[in-house]
Design a protein around this ligand. Structure first.
Ligand code: B12
Ligand code: SF4
Length: 475
């Protein structure tokens, strides 16, 4: 008899926008291709999630359960929130209703699989990508076989697992619309995620991506990516966001992908969730425009050489300025991301970054400013935080823990941002994205088919919210 597998996507975060559970859908598809009968239960918009789970367990009767955990927390030093307690409720409820084996995976799990298993009192997790591991797990005969699957971490076994599968190519063709009610998400911004590659070969001080996706680039065949986009367009999608760790690396891949899109005559709007200023050229910017890229999130994190070096970003403030120059001459809108308060940050470095925001970011662009850096185990940031006694070796870091430079106080930094940045309304802070009017505006924008990305309207929205005192930036 065919085994039935229920996959549950637990992410219910709506800020800065609800995100389609692309990872859970890929795992669902891989299981189906392997011959399982699969159902994906997406809890994002469920009013009574436990009741929905209960109903599904009764009607579907799964033989195995997969839980997808995308976010551990919101990474916000000023207003931290962990999602783990609500996931624990789901896990406890499942345990009270079924004995089916449970496997948990997702980006949040990959960052610290053993700690997640201990907190949730589960036995098996996948660290890294889940397509192959989930299939092998649910095909396995028993506990011993399960604990030998590459990428599977077993709570009861001390030994570290073999490295995750980190497949050379994605292997399964993503078909999000078959698994998820995409319309519910597109009400907030009509953009569908697409992955051109996995992994990142860089070594930035604080970053978890190599733990999640592997530490080398693994690019998909551009033809396969184009085919995925065409299939999503046939199902009604018109806008796509590349969610690659770094869109313009490794060298040459972005060009191959965009040229394929142009040759295939795909006429869609594209967004990029992470563009590096490193080595960006004018011809790359022009190619992006030709292929239909309308917005990029660019991630310099700082515009001071001392901070960039401490964060091990691998590029200089001059390269950041050059990227600003190139993008300002294009029709592409950029959201500039800054991560303030890292090692070496002081009044001078912060002043340099603020000067960059004032002088180099063009009026069409916005700045997304995060203060403080989430500390994750195994990263250089963790080593620094231990050395500087910001955290103790006993802290497991499962709940949000942050680094903020000892050379500045938070109040000082906030004051500098408040009085130093000239165009306050062009800045977005993480807490702004959680405000009620932002969600309402997103829905209105999608209903009226306003041009994307919706963060381009943040200045007007900020002014409105300041006036009606929904936000108060007096700090
Ligand atoms: C792109 C991105 C965004 C974009 C999303 C755009 C979009 N249209 O989708 C934006 C900017 C909106 C965003 C926002 C946020 N993000 Co984000 N995001 C990412 C990023 C770079 C890629 C995610 C992605 O789509 N991957 C592609 C899919 C296919 O991969 P996947 O989901 O990981 O799935 C694979 C595996 O995890 C596994 N898997 C998944 N589910 C399951 C289930 C089972 C059973 C198994 C076995 C395996 C498995 O198999 C899948 C296929 O191989 C990741 C970092 C990263 N490299 O993963 C951060 C990341 C997921 N985000 C993170 C966070 C924190 C957030 C925010 C909370 C930040 C904030 N405060 O605003 C919000 C939350 C938004 C929300 N509503 O949930 C964190 C989560 C970890 C943590 N610290 O808690 C990450 C890991 C980055 C980080 N800081 O380390 N994000
Ligand atoms: S911050 Fe970006 S470039 Fe640096 S290691 Fe992480 S994904 Fe790679």
């Amino acid at each position: 008899m065919t085994q039935r597998i229920l996959l549950i996507s637990t992410n219910r975060e709506l800020a800065p926008q609800p995100v389609l559970p692309a990872g859970a859908a890929l795992v669902a598809q891989a299981l189906q291709v392997a011959g399982f009968q699969v159902r994906l239960l997406d809890l994002c918009f469920e009013k009574r999630p436990l009741r929905r789970i209960d109903d599904t367990l009764r009607t579907f009767g799964p033989d195995g359960i997969g839980i997808s955990l995308r976010n551990l927390d919101n990474c916000d030093l000023l207003s931290p929130r962990s999602y783990l307690h609500e996931v624990k409720e789901v896990v406890d409820f499942l345990k009270s209703r079924t004995d089916a084996p449970v496997l948990i995976g997702g980006a949040g799990v990959s960052i610290m699989p053993r700690r997640v298993l201990e907190f949730l009192e589960l036995d098996y997790a996948v660290a890294g990508e889940g397509e192959a591991a989930a299939v092998m797990f649910f095909q396995a005969g028993g506990a011993e076989e399960r604990s030998r699957i590459p990428g599977v971490v077993c709570r009861r076994e001390e030994a570290a697992p073999e490295a995750g599968e980190h497949l050379g190519r994605i292997g399964v063709m993503p078909r999000l619309h078959r698994w998820v009610d995409t319309k519910l998400y597109l009400r907030f911004e009509p953009v569908i995620p697409v992955q051109g590659k996995r992994g990142c070969a860089n070594r930035c001080l604080y970053c978890t991506y190599p733990a999640i996706e592997g530490n080398r680039w693994r690019c998909r065949d551009p033809g396969e990516v184009a085919e995925e986009i065409e299939a999503a367009m046939a199902a009604g999608g018109m806008e796509f966001e590349f969610v690659d760790s770094v869109f313009n690396q490794p060298e040459g891949y972005m060009e191959m992908l965009l040229e394929k899109i142009i040759r295939s005559r795909i006429r869609a709007r594209f967004h990029v969730s992470s563009l590096s200023p490193s080595g960006l050229t004018g011809s790359q910017v022009r190619l992006m425009e030709r292929a239909g890229v309308v917005s990029v999130v660019i991630t310099p994190e700082a515009a001071s050489d001392a901070t960039l070096a401490a964060l091990r970003k691998g590029f200089t403030a001059a390269e950041v300025a050059r990227a600003a120059f190139l993008l300002s001459g294009s029709g592409i809108r950029a959201l500039w991301c800054f991560l303030l308060g890292g090692p070496e940050e002081d009044e001078n470095t912060l002043a340099e970054t603020i000067a960059f925001m004032n002088r180099k970011i063009p009026g069409k662009d916005r700045a997304f400013i995060t203060t403080g850096i989430r500390i994750y185990p195994g990263t250089g940031m963790h080593e620094t935080a231990l050395r500087e006694e910001v955290v103790s070796p006993a802290e497991d870091l499962l709940m949000p823990a942050f680094y903020f430079t000892p050379r500045l106080t938070l109040k000082q930094a906030q004051k500098m941002l408040r009085y130093g940045i000239e165009a306050q309304e062009r800045c977005i802070f993480p807490s702004d994205t959680r405000l009620g009017p932002v969600g309402a505006f997103r829905r209105l924008g999608a209903a009226l088919k306003l041009p994307t990305p919706f963060w381009r309207y943040s200045s007007s929205l900020n002014r409105l919210m300041q006036r009606s005192r929904v936000i108060n930036r007096s700090w």
